[in-house]
Design a protein around this ligand. Structure first.
Ligand code: SIN
Length: 191
């Protein structure tokens, strides 16, 4: 599938008669909230794990030197914590452009901290998109993140802000925290 998902997303869900919908954010959507929302609540989804396995050519890297950003990988029993936003479907006109480098909107069940559930959407970059990079050793991922930068800023900032936001949410994400640790050692070696 082409890395540009704007057209694919346009036809994925029918929002006729829908005034608001829950959106689950697990990456930059937790800390970079450049869209209007009606309500915001910490939430989690089941069966998915966060991984820095998606290439970023348009935000945190370039086509020549892509950065790495998060996507979700299926993992039975896993719980991924993030932030849910109740938004007007109009918001997807903006977010589909922001998430265009490989992310598709999928339906998912969100669980809030009080145990209640709602149906919602989540952007996931699946492994059949052209920008998908997949697994690599943590040290290699950290080195790639340390050196990449794009129109939205340094890739390192994406990782550090996400790690901070996850700590504030009380989310345990060993993968993100291990990469944060590696990144700090890569950058202190350079200093
Ligand atoms: C998300 O945050 O939910 C999607 C991935 C990203 O934009 O970092």
């Amino acid at each position: 599938m082409s890395a540009n998902t704007i057209e694919h997303n346009r036809t994925r869900q029918n929002f006729d008669g829908v005034s608001s919908i829950w959106l689950f954010g697990y990456g930059s959507l937790i800390y970079k909230v450049d869209f209007p929302f009606l309500e915001r609540r910490p939430a989690s989804i089941r069966g998915w794990e966060r991984r820095f396995w998606q290439g970023s050519h348009d935000h945190r890297g370039t086509p020549e030197a892509p950065g790495r950003v998060v996507t979700l990988i299926q993992s039975p029993g896993a719980v991924c914590k993030g932030m849910a936003y109740r938004v007007s479907p109009k918001v997807f006109e903006h977010l589909d452009v922001r998430e265009k480098n490989g992310y598709l909107r999928f339906a998912t069940t969100l669980t809030f901290e009080d145990g209640s559930h709602r149906e919602g959407l989540v952007y996931i970059a699946t492994e059949d998109n052209e920008a998908f990079l997949g697994h690599a050793p943590d040290a290699d991922i950290a080195r790639q993140i340390a050196s990449a930068s794009g129109p939205s800023g340094p890739n390192a900032e994406y990782l550090l802000r996400l790690a901070d936001s996850l700590r504030k949410l009380g989310a345990d994400c060993p993968h993100t925290f291990a990469l944060e640790h590696q990144l700090r050692s890569v950058t202190s070696d350079k200093a």
